[in-house]
Design a protein around this ligand. Structure first.
Ligand code: FAD
Length: 495
C-alpha cells in the first residue's frame, strides 16, 4: 500500500520536512509509493483575508515544489476544496483512490487547523478507515511548544525567561537544529505505471478571485519583488549571513538601513525551515557551536536568533492561549474596550495619510511592497489601536490582506493591545535619524529639511506646511494618548 504526505501552507519545502521525511521512510519500509498533495481551499484564503501577495507566493512555491518532487518520481496532487467543510472529504477520496495506508502531515497549531485534523480523525473512524494511520509531526519550531516550563511546572508566558531557557535548551542539545534530507526518490517506473502516470504534471489552481485580488499587472509586480521557493530562500539566507547580519545588532531598528533578512515570507510558508537558518548561522558564524547567547556568539547572530525565538515563543503561546487564534486578544480583558468608529481616521491610516510621517511611511511601504519593516509595524499598530482607538482587529485584518509574510501567530501577537503608546515622532527621530525612510516613502516631504520632516505640521510655518500638500495630523498626539489610557482603564475595570 502507498503513503501520502499532505503539505499545508506552512511546510512548502522538500528539504528538512519532518513529516515528509517520515513518510518517505515509511514508503521505503513497506515498498509502497510515496505521493504528495496540497489542498487548496479558496474559502480559507477568503476567511483569513490572505493577501494576494501571500497567495501568489504560496502558489509559486508550490509549483516549484511540485517540479522538484516530480523529478524524484513523486506524484504531486493539487486538490481543491471549494467549501471549507469539504476538506476532510477531499483527503478521504485520495486515501481511497490511491490505496493509502499512511497519511503524514505537519501540525498546524491554530484552532481551525487543529479542528480540521480532528475532523479527519473522526471521518476516518466513521468511514471504517481504521486501517489508515494519520500521523502528525511537529515541524514548525526547534523547541516544541509547551516544553519550556516555569519553576511551578506551567508553560512559560513571558518572553525574556523563555528566550533564556530556549538558548539553554538548544545549547544543551544541538541535535535540535540538525536538518533532514529531502525524500528518497520513488522508482522511476512510477512515472510510466498505469496507476500513477496520469498524476504527474497536474496544473495548480488559479488564485481565487476575491475582493482583495489585485490586477494582473499588480500581481506581476509583487511577484517580481518576492520570488518564491526553497532555493531562493536559501540563497537569500546565505547572502544575509554573509553581509547584513554583521550590522544587524546595531541597525535592525533602523528601517532606512533595510538591514533585516526579509526571510519572513519563507518562514511563514515553510519554504525554508528555522533549523536550516540556525544550522547555516552555526556553521558560518559560530564555529559549529549551538550556543546562540550574546556571550557565546557573534553579536549580529545572537540578535537575529532572538527574533527567531520570538517566532518560536508566539507559536508556543498560541497553544497556551488558543482563543488568540479565534479573533480574541490573549488578555481577554481587552475584549471589553469600546473602540471608536472613526471611518475617516481608518481610511487615512490605510492610505498612509494620517499626517504623521513615520506612520504614513510604514503604511505606504506596506501598500507598495506587501512588506513593512518591524519597527514600522510596531508604530502603525500602536497608532491605530491607541491614538485612533480603532479596534485592533481591523488593523490585524488589513495586515493579513496586504502582507506577503502573513502569519497568524506573529500577526495576532504583534497586534495584541497593550498600554504602550508609541510616540511616532520620537520613534522616527530615534530610528530614522536622517529622515531617509520618511523621505523615501512620503514624497510630499522629500524636500523638507532637518527635523521638520518628523512633524511638519508643528515644525514648519503655516504657509510652508500648506504648500507641501501633506495632511495635518488626524488627531493630536497627547490628547489621543490621554483618551486611550483613560478608555482602557475604565473599560478594563468594568470588565
Ligand atoms: P528579521 O529581522 O530578519 O527576523 C528574522 C525572522 O524572525 C523573521 O523573518 C520572522 O520569522 C522572525 N521575526 C522577526 N521579528 C519578529 C517578531 N517581532 N515577532 C515574531 N517573529 C519575528 N511577522 C510575520 O512573519 N508575519 C506577520 O504577519 C507579522 N505581523 C506582524 C504584525 C505586527 C503588528 C508586528 C509588530 C510584527 C509582525 N511580524 C510579523 C513580526 C516582524 O515584524 C516580521 O517578522 C519581520 O519584520 C520580518 O522581516 P524580516 O524577515 O526581515 O525579519
Amino acid at each position: 500500500r502507498n503513503v501520502l504526505h499532505w503539505f499545508r501552507s506552512k511546510d512548502l519545502r522538500a528539504e528538512d520536512n519532518r513529516a515528509l521525511h517520515a513518510a518517505s521512510l515509511k514508503a521505503k519500509e513497506g515498498s509502497g509509493t510515496l505521493l504528495a498533495c496540497f489542498l487548496f481551499s479558496p474559502q480559507d484564503l477568503e476567511w483569513h483575508g490572505t493577501s494576494t501577495a501571500r497567495t501568489n507566493f504560496m502558489l509559486e512555491g508550490t509549483r516549484i515544489l511540485q517540479e522538484q518532487l516530480e523529478e524524484l518520481n513523486i506524484p504531486f496532487l493539487p486538490l481543491v476544496a471549494e467549501e471549507r467543510k469539504d476538506k476532510g472529504a477531499r483527503i478521504l477520496e485520495v486515501l481511497e483512490k490511491h490505496d493509502i495506508s499512511h497519511l503524514y502531515a505537519n501540525i498546524e497549531l491554530e484552532v481551525d487547523e487543529l479542528r480540521r485534523d480532528l475532523d479527519l480523525f473522526s471521518k476516518l473512524e466513521e468511514n471504517d478507515k481504521n486501517d489508515v494511520q494519520f500521523v502528525l509531526h511537529h515541524d514548525q519550531t526547534v523547541v516544541l511548544p509547551r516544553t519550556l516550563k516555569t519553576g511551578a511546572g506551567g508553560p512559560m508566558k513571558v518572553f525574556t525567561p523563555y528566550h533564556k531557557a530556549w538558548l539553554a535548551e538548544v545549547a544543551g542539545d544541538p541535535s535540535l537544529i540538525d536538518t533532514l534530507p529531502p525524500p528518497q526518490a520513488n522508482d522511476k517506473s512510477v512515472k510510466t505505471s498505469s496507476k500513477f502516470k496520469g498524476l504527474f504534471g497536474q496544473s495548480l489552481p488559479e488564485p481565487p478571485k476575491s475582493r482583495h485580488y489585485a490586477s494582473d499587472e499588480e500581481r506581476k509586480r509583487i511577484q517580481k519583488l518576492w520570488p518564491a521557493g526553497h532555493a531562493t530562500g536559501m540563497k537569500r539566507l546565505g547572502e544575509f549571513l554573509d553581509d547584513k547580519i554583521s550590522t544587524y545588532a546595531t541597525n535592525r531598528s533602523t528601517p532606512a538601513a533595510d538591514n533585516s533578512s526579509r526571510l519572513s515570507a519563507f518562514f511563514s510558508s515553510g519554504m525554508i525551515s528555522v533549523r536550516e537558518a540556525l544550522g547555516a548561522g552555526r556553521e558560518k558564524l559560530n564555529d559549529g557551536s549551538a550556543d546562540f547567547s550574546s556571550s557565546g556568539c557573534d553579536a549580529g547572530l545572537a540578535a537575529w536568533v532572538r527574533e527567531l525565538v520570538f517566532r518560536e515563543f508566539y507559536r508556543h503561546m498560541m497553544t497556551v492561549t488558543p482563543h488568540n487564534g479565534m479573533n480574541l486578544p490573549q488578555n481577554l480583558k481587552y475584549d471589553f474596550i469600546q473602540w471608536e468608529d472613526d471611518e475617516e481616521g481608518w481610511q487615512k491610516w490605510c492610505e498612509g495619510k494620517t499626517g504623521v510621517p513615520f506612520v504614513d511611511a510604514g503604511m505606504r511601504q506596506l501598500n507598495t511592497e506587501a512588506y513593512m519593516h518591524n519597527r514600522l509595524r510596531m508604530n502603525t499598530a500602536s497608532y491605530l489601536r491607541t491614538n485612533l482607538l480603532i479596534d485592533y482587529r481591523k488593523g490585524e485584518r488589513y495586515f493579513a490582506e496586504h502582507l506577503v509574510d502573513w502569519d497568524l501567530c506573529n500577526n495576532t501577537q504583534g497586534w495584541e493591545p497593550s498600554y504602550t503608546v508609541f510616540n511616532p515622532v520620537v520613534q522616527a527621530e530615534k530610528c530614522d535619524p536622517q529622515g531617509d525612510f520618511i523621505r523615501q516613502w512620503v514624497p510630499e516631504l522629500r524636500d523638507v529639511e532637518g527635523k521638520a520632516v518628523f512633524d511638519p505640521y508643528h515644525r514648519l510655518g503655516k504657509e510652508e506646511f500648506e504648500k507641501l500638500g501633506y495632511p495635518k495630523p488626524h488627531v493630536d498626539f497627547q490628547e489621543s494618548k490621554a483618551r486611550c489610557v483613560e478608555r482602557y482603564k475604565q473599560d478594563m475595570a468594568d470588565a
